[in-house]
Design a protein around this ligand. Sequence first.
Ligand SMILES: Cc1ncc(COP(=O)(O)O)c(C=O)c1O
Length: 422
Amino acid sequence: MGRHRAVMPDWLALYYEEPLEITHGEGRHVWDAEGNRYLDFFGGILTTMTAHALPEITKAVSEQAGRILHSSTLYLNRPMVELAERVARLSGIPDARVFFTTSGTEANDTALLLATTYKQSNSILAMRNSYHGRSFSAVGITGNRGWSPTSLSPLQALYVHGGVRTRGPYAHLSDDDFIAACVEDLKDLLGHTRPPAALIAEPIQGVGGFTSPPDGLYAAFRDVLAERGILWIADEVQTGWGRTGDHFWGWQAHGQSGPPDMLTFAKGIGNGMSIGGVVARADIMNCLDANSISTFGGTQITMAAGLANLSYLLEHDLQGNARRVGGLLLERLRAVAAQVPHVREVRGRGLMLGIELTRPGTDEADPAAASAVLEAAREGGLLIGKGGGHNTTSLRIAPPLSLTVAEAEEGAAILENALRSI
Ligand SMILES: Cc1ncc(COP(=O)(O)O)c(C=O)c1O
């Protein structure tokens, strides 16, 4: 830990008072350097999406490593084209083109470059409490103070209300009235500003603590945006590939007005290999009139992992598993939470579940309680995450999508003890 602190940036946060070194994993479990075993309900930030050390992926990566790791996109690359074909088909976007990057940040950067070039506007609508990555442009559209180290930006960001259902001025309204109020607010905002290029939104806010609007909000926004020629970008970096159980993509909970113009992805598709990407309608993707390249984007070794992972995910219906096992886990956590005064809300869908903690009897965030639960869960053999916005703290629960019912039960029992211990 001393060596880490001496050489890494101060802002690179570590979990736990005594940070963990994870040395290996199998299925839904990981082991630390001292040989302790943990049930992993965070998957390296929703990135080990399928399972640790999945033999199908290990085999695909080893075989590809024995052939070639990388050639660049200057040459035809069969695994990249195959994965692009599959992602394009799955995206729901008509005449889709796919560009692979190495991270979610770079995927969103690309989507911002495309949208601002296509619409000739540097103005972007983003949601309050959002997070879209760490680059200079992504930070400029991040509506979460805790993840926004600078306000300097090449973009003009306009922050829209609606990503957090149970806080803010419209929290007391019914779902329909909440949506109507947010739509009115959006229309009002658009009346005051030069036309933005796009709205970018996470269907369920990840870093923000797994908060979301009522289903249908983004469809209602889409109608307003489409009338004005403004694009819709769905940031599926956390919500894609079936994690939410009910849908393959998070945007499908808002699908009444059709698919988004672009979607971005990363994290889970490589099950730990660095794959990100953007899917866009061809006219948008092809609007750049200069070369653009991501040297490592689409590199064979990562594409081999992505193909094996996607095949496994679809063949084993992990989306269905996320719906079933996630549904049981949500019920169980709600029952536990009802007896813990610190819990304000248990929310989420599929295997993307958030527990918001407040000081008992108030609506005030309680970061100390979140840290205490995290430590107690670890003591009990369970790894979870945390998140939140300027006035919230939440626990984040996002296990690999192959989670079994027995493991869900085991994790819920550890979490119950951890929550009771505060
Ligand atoms: C919704 C969302 N978008 C983008 C990113 C950035 O992805 P990366 O860290 O791979 O650059 C993240 C990372 O947490 C995210 O949660």
